[in-house]
Ligand binder design. Structure first.
Ligand code: FEO
Length: 397
């Protein structure tokens, strides 16, 4: 097997999961990778493991470089099982290895895999000498779990930030200069939107903290997808933009429909927005994937959400969507609501209440029609779209 070397003595030993399509609900249509890295010096360290079904593959890759049984350290940057569930398998063979983790990492690993693991805890700034090479640790709590930690290979200037800067993207290539850029950035955005967006303010602080450390960055080697080596600072800058809420003059319309009335409204609203030269992305929820919608929302200025009323409530798919999207805490968006009803109504009111409770900026009043929209009501929908376009066109502050 071809050895993939990031620097002299630093190897990728991860696994490509070509076929995973549901990653705890995240739609991974392009699969993913579980990246693990081996650093060989006088002492040998494995940085992260992989998901359990790939344990033997990991051990085989390590075995092509060094003897698994002679591993000295296993760095556990993150407890989530896509990176740690091969740890029991590896530690069974690497009987003398010490596991290195943050304090919260130790708590999490112990809860997952038992009390008897040989874990040494580290804090930000702690270093581990392997010989000529040094590993420095940077705690990164809530990016995206409390235990999360980055490992920095000092002499090679390689940052291994685990989930941060990753993408769910299976590929035969390992490096950013080997792959289609729009595809790479699309998957990086989807990953940020669906995994890291709730922690935007922490991401800003962590990037600032690392910048203030003045550490050179030759490569960023995340735990999923492609390794950033051509311009590692490019993805750092993009993360900063996303975390600060950079926006495009764009609206995302998301709706569901029972008998077509809310669909007619959605189309008329879209026409109203487009008539003002504003880009629209349009999703019928039951035919779409929420992780794709979250990706579109990442850089949008306005979200327009429509629901029919069912049993005096918003439609179940809309309710589930709001649960997911409020959890992601998108910042600085304008939220507008519309819907149809047969007799009592209720969906629009519920959507507005849910959005306000989440702290969203809500455009009021919501637009509702009874039964089927008339020609006049569709004109009102068009005008509603134009009003929203006007808000999008104005610079936000
Ligand atoms: Fe890739 Fe948070 O695990």
């Amino acid at each position: 097997m071809v050895k993939i070397e990031l620097a002299d003595g630093v190897y990728w030993v991860g696994a490509v999961d070509w076929n995973v399509r549901d990653f705890h609900g995240y739609e991974t249509r392009r699969g993913t990778t579980y990246n693990a890295y081996l650093i060989k010096d006088e002492k040998t360290a494995l940085v992260d493991t992989v998901k359990y079904p790939f344990s033997e593959e990991l051990a085989k890759k390590i075995g092509e470089i060094t003897n698994v049984e002679k591993l000295d350290y296993i760095i556990a940057n993150h407890v989530e099982t896509d990176h740690s569930s091969a740890l029991p398998y590896i530690i069974k063979h690497a009987k003398n290895a010490t596991i290195i983790a943050s304090q919260r990492g130790k708590e999490g690993l112990t809860k997952h895999y038992g009390e008897n693991l040989p874990i040494k805890t580290v804090k930000t700034g702690d270093e581990l000498k392997l010989g000529k090479k040094t590993l420095r640790f940077i705690e990164a709590p809530m990016l995206h779990w409390p235990d999360s930690m980055f490992t920095y290979v000092v002499e090679d200037a390689i940052l291994m930030p685990n989930d941060a800067f990753g993408q769910h993207l299976a590929s035969s290539q390992r490096f950013d200069d080997e792959i289609d850029q729009p595809l790479l950035m699309e998957e990086a955005a989807k990953y940020y939107a669906n995994i890291l967006m709730p922690f935007a303010s922490l991401a800003i602080r962590k990037i600032q903290e690392i910048t203030e450390m003045h550490i050179p960055l030759k490569m960023i080697a995340p735990s999923h997808g492609i390794i950033w080596r051509s311009e590692p600072n490019k993805i750092v800058k993009v993360y900063m933009d996303w975390s600060e809420g950079v926006q495009k003059k764009k609206a995302v319309i998301v709706y569901d429909t029972m008998w077509g009335s809310t669909d007619k409204m959605a189309r008329a609203i879209a026409e109203g927005i487009i008539s003002q030269g504003i880009e629209v992305k349009f999703f019928k929820l039951r035919d779409s994937d929420v992780t794709d919608i979250a990706t579109e929302i990442l850089e949008t200025r306005a979200v327009v959400l429509g629901s029919p009323t069912l049993n005096n409530s918003m439609f179940p798919s809309i309710s589930a969507f709001l649960t997911y999207i409020t959890g992601l805490k998108p910042k600085g968006k304008l939220w507008a609501f519309f819907g149809s009803y047969g007799w009592g109504g209720g969906a629009a009111r519920q959507m507005v209440e849910t959005a306000k409770k989440a702290g969203f900026d809500v455009y009021e009043p919501a637009l509702e029609v009874k039964y089927v929209p008339t020609k006049e009501e569709l004109e009102k929908c068009f005008a509603f779209g134009k009003e929203i376009a006007g808000k999008i066109a104005k610079p936000s502050n």
